[in-house]
Design a protein around this ligand. Structure first.
Ligand code: ARG
Length: 601
């Protein structure tokens, strides 16, 4: 068990002994914000004391009398208004490192029991190119999926593609009147976009075109054979292009259930909501009202338009129902930009009314199932926009939205220049591969590093810099450690320190931590698991970015102050183990961000 978990468990036992009625689930141990005071800290006793009108320092003293963590910690200290500060004994620290050096997992515990989490992300709209705005949902969602999977949860990723809607009236008309079939094989989405733009421009000055497009839409919705066939073809063409981008980004989905998948369910769902009194008529349309939810009082959610068409919320309610039935998730995470906040507030509130209304009106089994559904945690993980260096939404020089494929090409080209300057002697194919990994990593990291809710400025120079908090810096730190091991091999070809996968398999030495830089590095390694847990808890990959950046800094301090290859036998083995653990955490951390590494840069 990890040190902080063990301390937490013992602390909870001690609290229970002093306050038998206390809810100890909130008694947590976290890294100490200032290492001057210790390695871990708990502030839980202050809240417990406050709720009971007790003196917090007295409570801390009583709890301390029942707490024994002496095998791993120095004397526990009470600080300030009742904080507890813990400092690990170097021997306990070395032991944890030694265990990690023997095999996985690296400083984290796998979830027990695992939770089932559905993640809805990327979700682009068919027949439109994926642009730079979609990158955030794709990269953030993928990182959350990787984090939760690493922690042992059951993750189901579902791409809720926008493959249905009014745009298909214009697309169908364009396809029939203006299609340039020759353009389809090379750039289908470009051609579809051209058709859409052409017809929607025509619609503005020509009511007959508008009416013709509307008729095409109605025919599609009624299931007209020809229109369905064209619609399917448009989707297949779009998916092909999306797939190419996803494979370039290294992103996979378990399911691609687009909006159209739910069409058959919309009508009966709306009827059910009306019959149960959850939706009612409003100016010819049907809506769900939220009289008990003050911020949503003025924002009813439309579920059927006055022309009989269904809304975004209707599809999302059907989607929610399907996911609950199919996968019984504990949690559903939706990753979209911040402009959809109101939509998701309405969706979650509508869902609650629906389930509550049903739970009270339907007895027995299905009622129980519904109330189980109410337990699901629904999270809207939203993000801000990407801005150009002029502070306005990121566009090409000619004012077009930047296409994702072009952006990734440019990242690779720019990285290739940098790699070639640094390493002119490497063969070109190898430089190309390094550039691919570095360019992609830079774009992803630039997207994950800022607080997701703020807008960020897209800057090639900043994201590709080899110094500072960037992916290339971290990838370089990793490659540099790998070069230490290459030197080990050169000097002693049968070096026993490194096993086959680059890991130290069976260290026959003891990890010894003496220099302050060694201890600081070791303690930081130990916080990897806590960081992963925080990413999963708050949906914030930036915690992991900053953790890795600090890790690379602590490693540099260690490497500058503690000779590795020139040290005596035991110290050398111990320090090589620290190098190896750092490399493994860097690699696993970057992998969790969806970023690859190379052995040499
Ligand atoms: N297709 C939508 C868009 O591009 C995003 C869908 C998000 N997921 C959902 N279940 N509503 O804006």
């Amino acid at each position: 068990m990890l040190a902080h978990k063990l301390i937490e468990l013992r602390l909870q036992q001690a609290v229970r002994a002093v306050l038998p009625d206390a809810d100890v689930a909130a008694v947590l141990v976290r890294p100490c914000p200032d290492p001057k005071f210790g390695d871990y800290q708990s502030n839980a006793l202050m809240a417990l004391a406050k709720a009971r009108k007790m003196n917090p320092r007295q409570l801390a003293t009583d709890v301390l009398a029942r707490l024994d963590v002496s095998e791993i910690c120095e004397q526990v200290e009470i600080a300030g208004a009742g904080f507890l500060n813990f400092r690990l004994k170097p021997a306990a620290l070395a032991q944890t490192l030694q265990a990690a050096a023997r095999g996985e997992p690296l400083f984290f515990d796998r979830a027990a029991p695992p939770r089932t989490v559905v993640i809805d992300f990327s979700s682009p709209n068919v027949a439109k190119p994926m642009h730079v705005g979609h990158i955030r949902s794709t990269i953030l969602g993928d990182c959350l999926a990787r984090t939760l999977r690493l922690l042992g949860h059951r993750v189901i990723t579902d791409n809720h593609m926008g493959d249905w809607g009014t745009q298909f009236g214009m697309l169908l008309l364009g396809w029939k009147r203006e299609l340039n079939s020759a353009a389809l094989p090379s750039d289908a989405i470009g051609e579809l976009e051209r058709l859409y733009k052409k017809i929607s421009a025509d619609c503005k000055d020509n009511p007959a075109t508008l009416e013709a497009a509307r008729q095409e839409l109605v025919k599609l919705q009624r299931g007209d054979g020809e229109n369905l066939k064209i619609w399917r073809e448009m989707i297949a063409l779009s998916e092909k292009q999306f797939d190419a981008i996803y494979s370039r980004l290294g992103v996979k989905f378990d399911h691609m259930l687009g909006e159209s998948f739910y069409n058959p369910r919309l009508k009966p769902l709306v009827e059910e909501l009306v019959a149960r009194g959850i939706a009612r008529e409003s100016e010819g349309a049907l809506a769900i009202f939220f009289d008990d939810v003050p911020p949503l009082k003025a924002h009813p959610a439309l579920i059927r338009k006055s022309d009989g068409g269904f809304n975004y919320t209707t599809t999302d309610l059907a989607t929610l129902e399907h996911r609950l039935k199919t996968w019984q998730p504990d949690e559903i995470i939706y990753v979209t930009d911040g402009r959809q906040q109101l939509h998701f507030q309405q969706l979650f509130a509508a869902f609650r009314q629906w389930m509550e209304g049903t739970a009270s009106s339907v007895p027995q089994n299905s009622g129980q199932r519904r109330s189980a559904a109410l337990q699901v945690k629904l999270a809207h993980v939203w993000f801000g926009s990407i801005l150009g260096e002029d502070g306005k939404p990121f566009k090409t020089r000619s004012g077009e939205t930047v296409k994702l494929a072009d952006l990734l090409d440019e990242a690779g080209e720019r990285a290739f220049k940098i790699v070639s300057e640094k390493n002119p002697d490497l063969p070109e194919a190898q430089r190309r591969e390094i550039a691919r990994v570095v360019g992609l990593g830079a774009v992803k990291y630039a997207d994950l590093l800022p607080n997701r809710q703020s807008d960020y400025v897209f800057s090639w120079d900043k994201m590709l810099a080899l110094q500072g908090n960037t992916a290339p810096y971290l990838q370089y730190a990793y490659a540099r450690i790998k070069s230490i091991f290459r030197k080990v091999e050169e000097t002693s070809p049968a070096a026993p320190e490194q096993g086959e996968g680059g890991n130290i398999q069976h260290p026959t030495f003891n990890i010894q931590l003496a220099a302050p830089e060694e201890i600081a590095l070791a303690k930081h390694l130990l916080n990897f698991g806590l960081t992963l847990a925080a990413v999963a808890e708050e949906y914030r990959p930036n915690f992991l970015c900053n953790y890795l950046y600090e890790l690379a800094g602590k490693f540099t301090a260690f490497y500058e102050n503690c000779p590795v290859l020139k040290a005596g036998h035991d110290t050398r083995a111990s320090r090589l183990a620290l190098c190896d653990l750092t490399a493994r955490v860097l690699k696993q951390g970057l992998e969790t961000l969806g970023i690859e590494t190379v052995e040499q840069m």
